[in-house]
Design a protein around this ligand. Structure first.
Ligand code: SF4
Length: 155
């Protein structure tokens, strides 16, 4: 969902650097890229994870907390999103020739650029299904998962 995550003042940058984090500096702000290198099925630096990782709660989780959405319905939505992601992501990587692990947000931007460079008939013939599923995934993320936080970035 996000291409970078901001560090906060309370974060121990030295520890994160020793853990292999590559920090991007934007004026006074430091960020690290997503997908996070510390994620291998789970967070591998859980006790030292950045502050924002500790406080991050997506919109769906907040709805579960408030009782607005049941745990079963939330799990079903997550499964739907993962299914869509697992169809869309490899198709975009093949389209843009990506050999590096990028966030979905970055891949979507590259997909838009690649599709815009195609002639409309070719685009419709070869990538209509991908465009439909990518739009469905983006809508699902925006409607159900986006936490509306200023500290994460999708660009
Ligand atoms: S919780 Fe762990 S794996 Fe996830 S973004 Fe933070 S540091 Fe990386």
């Amino acid at each position: 969902m996000h291409s970078t995550v901001a560090l906060e003042h309370a974060d121990d940058r030295e520890t994160l650097l020793r853990s292999g984090f590559h920090l991007l500096l934007f004026e006074a702000e430091a960020r690290f890229e997503q997908p996070c290198h510390a994620f291998h099925e789970k967070c591998t630096i859980y006790d030292e994870r950045p502050m924002l990782c500790r406080s991050y709660r997506c919109a769906l989780l907040r709805q579960v907390d408030s009782g607005e959405v049941s745990d079963a319905d939330a799990r079903a939505l997550v499964a739907t999103a993962i299914g869509l992601r697992d169809r869309v992501r490899p198709a975009i990587e093949a389209l843009v020739g990506s050999t590096k692990t990028h966030s979905l947000a970055v891949l979507m931007c590259r997909m838009d650029d690649a599709l815009a460079a195609m002639a409309p008939p070719e685009r419709a013939r070869t990538h209509a299904q991908l465009e439909l599923e990518a739009a469905e995934l983006l809508t699902l993320i925006a409607d159900r998962f986006e936490p509306r936080s200023a500290s994460t970035s999708s660009q």
